[in-house]
Design a protein around this ligand. Structure first.
Ligand SMILES: *Cc1c(COP(=O)(O)O)cnc(C)c1O
Length: 224
């Protein structure tokens, strides 16, 4: 299948309440342009240098989402250009983003990354850490960031029941936080979950944003 026909197919398949983030990391600008010609405007990148280069080369009306682990020394390469950061995985990173944003007169839209998978390598907040952070933000609101929801990744396993359970846990936490804090975080509306291998389950379980790379662009070439 071509890139454009995959975009069209996904647009037909996904409910209108679910936003498609085309994950273009490691793919060249020509591939992004093919998706762009098919109407896609939201793209996900995971490496600051690559994002910066693509921002310079590609149309201005693209919305760039940053989905990778973000180091605090790379904020200036990402924050001015990203419409949404999916991967805020620690309080320290959130505070650094806020500091940069206030200094540069930005309001940075962020999702907090929640850890639900079993793999030990996964980044993100535990449920408990998330709740503590939300409480703290209630006491001391941040001027430079807007918390727009949660992001999470399920384990890379075949077992569909396990994936379903992890997405269900994410959705439950999302609903709890939303209920408790929506008055002070009125834009807490996004639940970013689902990738090429598991987006159908994620959508069933209440995702509002899927991050799909391989299905659209084919296997990534990591040597580039
Ligand atoms: C790479 C990546 C994706 C896309 O994964 P595919 O399996 O290629 O769809 C989604 N989310 C995050 C956080 C990623 O790093």
């Amino acid at each position: 299948m071509s890139i454009s026909s995959e975009i069209e197919r996904l647009n037909k398949e996904l409910p209108s309440t679910v936003k498609l983030v085309a994950v273009s990391k490691f793919n060249p600008s020509e591939a992004i342009m093919e998706a762009y010609q098919a109407g896609q405007r939201v793209f996900g990148e995971s490496r600051p240098q690559e994002l910066l280069q693509k921002v310079q080369e590609l149309p201005r009306d693209i919305q760039w989402h940053f989905i990778g682990h973000l180091q605090t020394n790379k904020l200036k390469m990402v924050l001015p250009y990203a419409a949404l950061i999916h991967s805020v995985d620690s309080e320290r990173l959130l505070m650094e983003i806020n500091k940069y944003a206030v200094k540069n007169n930005l309001k940075v839209k962020c999702l907090l990354e929640l850890f639900v998978a079993q793999e030990e390598t996964k980044q993100g907040f535990s449920n408990e850490e998330l709740m503590e952070l939300m409480e703290k933000l209630q006491q001391e609101p941040l001027q430079g960031v807007e918390i727009c929801g949660l992001m999470g990744m399920a384990s890379f396993v075949e077992d569909e029941q396990q994936i379903r359970g992890e997405f269900a846990a994410l959705k439950e936490t999302f609903d709890q936080v939303r209920e408790k804090y929506i008055s002070t975080h009125p834009n807490f509306n996004e639940l970013s979950m689902g990738m090429s291998g598991d987006y159908r389950i994620a959508v069933e379980m209440g995702s509002t944003m899927v991050r799909i790379g391989t299905t659209i662009f084919g296997a990534r070439n990591y040597s580039k």
